[in-house]
Design a protein around this ligand. Structure first.
Ligand code: NAD
Length: 487
């Protein structure tokens, strides 16, 4: 579409075609965007195999990182996962380097044009991308036990939840559902849910509810039409977004976005398809749907809707690439180029039976609008300490006799547990005891405040007694509320 003198300047974006089928689908997608009137100034950068071979262990050349930081937008083709020592997946590198805190994955079925068991599915999964068990903080502590630390923060949770509601508002969605496991992880998942409720109250026009993640995932697989936008923590989101994409029946057509405050990355769900690379048969739809999300993100909603509706019409008309082609559903079997041409021919058309898509133009992209509220420090009182020991014995009462004197005047041993099951003072012979013991000390007298010095003294006595302490966790009240699990 020709641009007039009055049209706004093009938006700079960075494009990395990637490996395998990447270059052919990228070329097709950029052609469609241009013909749809998207105003883009595209900077092409090298990503994937060629970058790894030149020694760039993130899979993107330095000029590529510089470009993405400047444009704030990366449209990325698939990259073959590297296996070289020190080489990292580009997606992981981008997530951490660019602060991409939200993963957004629309999961849509295109019944009756693409086979699916769920004809009315149209769900968007918004997954927190930086925290949770994916922080990757792990320690081997004893012969028997390794721990992985689950970190959930107030600002991180607020940002992702607010992003989900902003996304819902921008995209005219009706409901946001949180998936949590707060019945078990009362503090971490409990915090996420509490923030979800606080933020939801600011969006009265959007319905909000929550489900325990296990039943939520089951219902999503069985009745996805009950859901609209789902927001959840990193690990649950990883699993649930794959379930959701799979049950649409059209995983090969899906795009996703990783969004941060300053940058965003848009890509297809599929990989580099090495077996079909260079044959001109790859389906460009995944990257095209990612590009639609990108256009919305940069405020070019009108072009996004034009592309999306033309693409829906193409699918409806039975113009399908080989991966989608099915007798009875498809009419024309086409390659990458011809598919893109078919979309271009339909620019300006609307789908006949699939729902027409509309996007607001010129809105601030939600990632940039999302801020966490400033921290309000609580009154923090140290009331005890959990000391974790590597101890090879198997009689809790023997351990209790060893550790009780360690508390001195300031701390009193109140309980011992093994893999979170209490084994002292009440004996519990049914517990399978490992060599990993948690000894809980509380202030003496009850209600007193504990000093850091008292904990240091306790550990010094443990060292003198030859006990192998592997970790301590301070027990603190915050504004009078215990900030630790009760047992
Ligand atoms: P894949 O998605 O590349 O291929 C799976 C199957 O789907 C193959 O049969 C392939 O031919 C087909 N396919 C994939 N994309 C297609 C398309 N656009 N049109 C038609 N058919 C398509 O998965 P894989 O083979 O497991 O992975 C290949 C490489 O890509 C691996 O190194 C993997 O780690 C990497 N990968 C990268 C990304 C990414 O960059 N985001 C995502 C997934 C996999």
């Amino acid at each position: 579409m020709p641009s007039s003198d009055h049209s706004p300047p093009p938006t700079p974006i960075t494009a990395a075609a990637g490996d395998g089928i990447g270059p052919e689908v990228m070329e097709a997608v950029l052609e469609v965007l241009e013909r749809a009137g998207a105003r883009l100034a595209v900077e092409h950068v090298t990503a994937g195999d060629a970058a790894y071979r030149r020694g760039h262990d993130t899979g993107l050349e330095p000029a590529g990182w510089e470009s993405v930081r400047r444009t704030g937008v990366l449209l990325k083709g698939p990259v073959t996962t590297p296996h070289g020592a020190g080489q990292r997946s580009l997606n992981v590198a981008a997530r951490t380097r660019l602060g991409l805190f939200a993963n957004v994955r629309p999961c849509v079925s295109y019944h009756p044009y693409v086979r699916t068991r769920h004809p009315r599915m149209d769900v968007v999964i918004v997954r927190e991308n930086e925290e949770d068990l994916y922080a990757g903080i792990e320690h081997r502590q004893t012969d028997d036990v390794i721990q992985s630390v689950k970190l959930i923060s107030r600002p991180g949770s607020e940002r992702i939840v607010r992003y989900a509601f902003e996304y819902a508002r921008t995209n005219h969605r009706q409901k946001v559902t949180a998936f949590v496991k707060d019945n078990i992880m009362k503090l971490t998942d409990g915090l996420f849910l509490r923030i979800f409720r606080e933020v939801a109250a600011e969006y009265p026009e959007i319905r909000a509810d929550h489900l325990i993640v296990d039943i939520g995932a089951a219902r999503l697989a069985d009745q996805p039409e009950r859901f609209d936008v789902i927001v959840t923590l990193n690990l649950y989101g990883d699993i649930v977004s794959d379930i959701a994409a799979q049950v649409t029946g059209s995983v090969g057509l899906a795009g996703s976005a990783n969004v941060g405050e300053h940058c965003a990355l848009f890509e297809a769900l599929h990989g580099s398809g090495p077996a079909i690379a260079g044959q001109g048969v790859a389906n460009p739809s995944g990257l095209l749907m990612a590009a639609v999300m990108m256009l919305v993100h940069i405020g070019q909603g009108e072009a996004a809707a034009r592309v999306h509706n033309a693409w829906l019409k193409t699918i409806e008309d039975g113009v399908h690439t080989a991966d989608l082609f099915a007798r009875g559903l498809s009419r024309y079997r086409v390659g990458t180029r011809a598919f893109a041409d078919a979309v271009v021919e339909r620019l300006g058309d609307l789908p006949r039976t699939l729902p027409t898509v509309g996007y607001a133009s010129g809105r601030v992209a939600p990632g940039r609008a999302v801020r966490a509220t400033p921290r309000v420090p609580a009154v923090k009182t140290l009331v005890g300490v959990d000391v974790f020991l590597h101890w090879g014995g198997d009689r809790p009462e023997e351990l209790a006799a060893l550790v009780a004197p360690l508390g001195g005047e300031a701390l009193r041993l109140t309980g011992i547990s093994n893999r979170s099951q209490s084994v002292w003072p009440e004996p519990n012979p049914s517990v399978l005891c490992t060599d990993h013991w948690r000894c809980r000390f509380r202030a003496r007298p009850e209600g007193a405040t504990v000093s850091h010095r008292a904990i240091v003294d306790l550990l010094a006595r443990a060292a003198e007694a030859g006990l192998d302490f592997i970790q301590t966790e301070n027990l603190c009240d915050f504004d009078g509320t215990p900030g630790f699990s009760a047992t």
